[in-house]
Design a binder for this molecule. Sequence first.
Ligand code: SF4
Ligand code: SF4
Length: 146
Amino acid sequence: MAAYIKSILVGTWSLIAGLAITLRFVFKPVVTCQYPHAVPKIPDRYRGHIDFVYDPATCSHKCIVCGMCQKTCPSGCISLEGEKLEGAKKKTLSVYQLNFTTCSLCGLCVEACPTGALTFSKEYNLAGFDEKEYHFDLIKRLQERP
Ligand code: SF4
Ligand code: SF4
């Protein structure tokens, strides 16, 4: 009988202790979000894949096709090409591809760029079934940006 009463008391006590913990957390600030329904707050220093900075002066990117980012990248994930348009003195960027599957987000390309043309995107929601989905055309991405 004593053991029976003891087990009731222990059970009741653990129930009260559990409810007290729950109650304490009910009044604490919420630190989680209902992903994927809610958009998380992205910290300023978050590093998504690299992207072009939008230049309002030209309504385009600031790339001068120097190739520094490509040369600096330790993973060889940047491929770019430039073409000389008729009458132009300098090359214009025609291809800029990022293979994000091998990018380590080291940031060397961003640091090496002499014109500040590159930045890290705030992209956090990447998921896919095909490796090709992680090959990004940065020129196209910039053009399609709202
Ligand atoms: S962040 Fe690093 S690994 Fe990724 S593209 Fe730039 S240089 Fe290459
Ligand atoms: S380093 Fe900058 S300016 Fe040079 S090719 Fe790369 S993105 Fe363009």
